[in-house]
Design a protein around this ligand. Structure first.
Ligand SMILES: [Zn+2]
Length: 54
């Protein structure tokens, strides 16, 4: 079974206020595959992620 639903993923960094809008899909572990690595401020763990199906 493949879940090929594309999501619009909004990642917000509470440390510097930066916001990223990406596209991705959900992985089997429930995380979103967007290619996002880290915020420009270096924060890569304390991020708010919201996703809506496209
Ligand atoms: Zn940041």
């Amino acid at each position: 079974m493949t879940t090929d639903i594309r999501y619009r993923v909004v990642i917000r960094c509470p440390k510097c206020g930066e916001k990223y809008i990406l596209r991705g899909r959900m992985k089997e572990n429930g995380e979103y595959e967007t290619g996002f690595k880290r915020c420009v401020c270096g924060n890569e763990t304390d991020l708010k992620v919201e996703a809506t199906p496209e």
